[in-house]
Ligand binder design. Sequence first.
Ligand SMILES: NC(=O)c1ccc[n+]([C@@H]2O[C@H](COP(=O)([O-])OP(=O)(O)OC[C@H]3O[C@@H](n4cnc5c(N)ncnc54)[C@H](OP(=O)(O)O)[C@@H]3O)[C@@H](O)[C@H]2O)c1
Length: 240
Amino acid sequence: MTRTALVTGGSRGIGAAISIALKGAGYKVAANYAGNDEAAQKFKAETGIPVYKWSVAEYDACADGIKKVEADLGPIDVLVNNAGITRDAPFHKMTPQQWKEVIDTNLSGVFNMTHPLWNGMRERKFGRVITISSINGQKGQFAQANYSASKAGDLGFTKALAQEGARAGITVNAVCPGYIATDMVMAVPEKVRESIIAQIPVGRLGEADEIARCVVFLASDGAGFITGSTISANGGQFFV
Ligand SMILES: NC(=O)c1ccc[n+]([C@@H]2O[C@H](COP(=O)([O-])OP(=O)(O)OC[C@H]3O[C@@H](n4cnc5c(N)ncnc54)[C@H](OP(=O)(O)O)[C@@H]3O)[C@@H](O)[C@H]2O)c1
């Protein structure tokens, strides 16, 4: 049976690696994105994976987008909540807008995407909900009160929803990447990046593919006994 997967923020960075890995594992894949049309079209041309534009921060847009993907590819079996943003600032300088944008995307976005899919997964007695949280949701990070709160919230969501999905054949898990060499991390000044690498016991940034492999495993039928779990993929930087 060919299963269908939807990856939010699936056209760039970690999400692109996840989309490609799931396709390679035999899934029909749809990749959502927010606004970078150029990157999305390039990704589509290179991979053959269809792309769909809407913001995960808007509930109605998610419900409509999901309907469109399901009309094109069939019922979604695997949801990967990968879309995420940062708006870093030390707390005394953080604006309500910076707080809201991050919570709306990284935390409410996970609700907005999972909720419209939930009943269908329950009816079909199968589902995989995999959310990309972060090491900084586990340990906190200077200038990321908004981001750390959103990513810690994703872990609470995962543990609560796992309990509701279990009897319906739906697993709900999270992956907490450490620092991965994507646009998000390469955008920080080189000096800061070097100081980050100095804190990673394996001595390098992670690769997006290394996160994608965690997702492919959690998505598989064979991972049905794993739910409410978090895979930490951080090069030994932080142990829970
Ligand atoms: N990179 C890291 O080291 C790292 C570490 C821990 C956790 N993470 C988490 O991993 C995930 C992916 O990070 P990344 O580094 O790959 O990010 P990235 O390179 O900045 O890519 C982010 C992706 O999310 C999409 N996106 C952003 N806001 C969205 C919205 N409102 N609706 C729909 N899509 C949206 C973007 O779409 P557009 O292309 O249209 O902008 C893009 O496809 C994030 O949740 C991030 O917090 C990353």
